[in-house]
Design a protein around this ligand. Sequence first.
Ligand SMILES: Cc1cc2nc3c(=O)[nH]c(=O)nc-3n(C[C@H](O)[C@H](O)[C@H](O)COP(=O)(O)O)c2cc1C
Length: 181
Amino acid sequence: MTAIKNVLAICGSLRQASLNAQLLQATEKVLDNRAQVSWANIADLPHYNGDLDGDDKPLPVTQLVAQINGADALIIATPEYNYGVPGTLKNALDWASRPAFKSCLAHKPVLLMSASPSPVGGVRAQGQLKQILGGTLSHLCPVPEFALGGAATKFENGVLVDSETQKKLERLIGDFLAWLE
Ligand SMILES: Cc1cc2nc3c(=O)[nH]c(=O)nc-3n(C[C@H](O)[C@H](O)[C@H](O)COP(=O)(O)O)c2cc1C
């Protein structure tokens, strides 16, 4: 019997009605009893500042690092802002990335996804994330990009209602869990 995995969900959007948060919630349901999911809080992180990155780090930073350390894997769902990674998410990854190459992100398995009302589904932000997470020596789950286009039409009252997307998500999570073994 395989051990239950601890998965940390990180949403690149802080918006209450975030489509990416809804996608992560749908993912949590698909994971069901195969993983324990916790959610990272990246909203309270200060802007990265090397002067604050000493022995006495801001509490939201130590909390995020502890969450990442305690997770077997991360699932990051992000919007694309102006063809790139939202600053809030980049800031969180910058905090978590220190010390370079030996941080909590080094060798951490990561699954990426994105959602956008646009047809391309935020895939360009994922391209940037791959490069960033290459710099942190994280291990990216080797799957084709899961980029949910037209996302605003796929949820109703926060629940994924598009059966095609549901099937694709189930396949993705199956592949992800198999890869984690
Ligand atoms: C500053 C800003 C820039 C955006 N740039 C893009 C973009 O480049 N590509 C895209 O697909 N959507 C873009 N959008 C639209 C977002 O994809 C859309 O607002 C999405 O719902 C945000 O994700 P969320 O629902 O998880 O908050 C942008 C939105 C904002 C606020």
